[in-house]
Design a binder for this molecule. Structure first.
Ligand code: NAD
Length: 367
């Protein structure tokens, strides 16, 4: 059975960074025998220009069928005045919603050569490699009742934190599965000391662990202490699993441990499909960067590392994912820098395609 991959370059720098990923996909096909059945389609403003909607139904249907979707970025000033319902970002939201991608994976990985980008001391972040798994489709951002009401002559803002056992169960499973492909360690974060939803969260995570993942090391931590520990000594963690709100905060803190936006990949995973693989969307954390689009200045590494995540988590090619990550690490160690990385000491400035060339050369040298 051939592995299937849907590529959605999108807008702005999306197509530029995706062009480099496509060359890397071809390299893995030619040199490592990883043959993907790749199709490409439109999303965001690019889809609106052709179809009048930011994601056509046919593209949505294709996304539901493939083993993994890889997206560049959407949006741009050209589309700022469009009606809300057809804005480019709605295309991405539709993908996340209809694929029911409940586990958002945000790795925080610090390459040695860029350790001085962090606001923390070099020895705290150099070599860091952790993964935050954030529950993405429930919790306080979605719970009812919500709103602003009148009570006793003043206004009251209301949001409700709400988690069902099955929602906790499924995201916990995602975290344990990921841990098995990494350092085999999960730390679950909540506020079981003050929140009933936190008590339930802790109970269910422990239950899933004891029943099906006893081989994975599990610890629990209050989310506020977790935030502190992330800044104090982040290398103590492997996988962190947490709810939507805490995950929103903690994944941004963790991202900033490592520096530039042009370096950050992400994945969103859903339920397993018939072939046992999770539904999956991989994308860089950055947007379409209209300020540098079309100038060859974009750093393609976030998108390339998103493909490395796809290799590891959708295609069970952990060794090849490591090969690609090591190639990126080597290129950075050699001082190859796109414009966003030029504030680091010295370095050779390259374009987007120049960075792609250097990573391909490092892959070639890895054989
Ligand atoms: P942005 O991430 O596009 O850009 C922020 C800054 O980071 C810019 O200065 C940009 O030049 C720089 N930057 C981003 N990615 C880079 C890369 N790969 N290499 C070098 N520099 C990079 O965020 P923004 O400016 O707030 O938003 C621009 C557009 O992107 C908006 O339309 C927004 O809605 C959209 N957006 C899309 C996504 C997505 O597709 N997932 C995410 C965020 C923003």
């Amino acid at each position: 059975m051939t592995d299937t991959l849907l590529i959605l370059p999108g807008d702005g720098i999306g197509p530029e960074v995706m062009a480099e990923v496509s060359r890397i996909i071809d390299w893995f096909g030619d040199k490592r025998g990883l043959k993907f059945d790749v199709s490409e389609d439109l999303v965001g403003g690019a889809a609106y220009d052709v179809h009048g909607v930011p994601l056509a139904d046919a593209t949505m249907a294709k996304a539901q069928e493939v083993d993994a979707v890889l997206l560049g970025a959407v949006g741009g000033p050209k589309y700022d005045n469009l009606d809300f319902s057809v804005k480019p970002e709605r295309g991405l939201l539709r993908l996340r919603k209809e694929m029911d991608l409940f586990a958002n994976l945000r790795p925080a990985q610090c390459f040695d050569a860029l350790a001085d980008f962090s606001s923390l001391k070099r020895d705290v972040v150099a070599g860091l490699d952790i993964m935050i798994v954030r529950e993405l489709t429930s919790g306080i951002y979605f719970g009812e009742p919500r709103g602003i009401i009148e009570e006793n002559g003043e206004r009251v803002g209301i949001n409700t934190q709400r988690y069902t056992e099955s929602e906790i169960d499924r995201v916990a499973r995602s975290a344990f599965e990921l841990a098995r492909k990494r350092g085999n360690k999960v730390c679950s974060m909540e506020k079981a000391n003050v929140m009933e939803s936190g008590i339930l969260w802790r109970e269910v995570v422990q239950r899933v662990h004891d029943a099906d993942y006893p081989d994975v090391e599990l610890s629990h931590m209050y989310a506020d202490a977790g935030g502190m520990q992330l800044c104090r000594w982040p290398k103590q963690f492997d996988v962190i699993v947490t709810d939507n709100l805490f995950g929103d905060l903690l994944s941004d803190v963790a991202a900033m441990l490592t520096g530039s936006l042009g370096m950050l990949p992400s994945a969103s995973l859903g339920a397993p499909m018939a072939n046992g693989r999770p539904k999956a969307l991989y994308e860089p954390v950055h947007g379409s960067a209209p300020d540098i689009a079309g100038q060859g200045k974009a750093n393609p590494i976030a998108c390339i590392l998103s493909f490395a995540m796809a290799l590891r988590y959708s295609f069970d090619q952990g060794d090849e994912a490591t090969r690609l990550e090591k190639a990126v690490e080597k290129v950075l160690a050699d001082g190859v820098r796109t414009a966003d990385l030029m504030q680091a000491e010295g370095g050779t400035p390259v374009t987007t395609a120049g960075m792609g060339d250097a990573i391909l050369a490092a892959l070639e040298a890895s054989l």
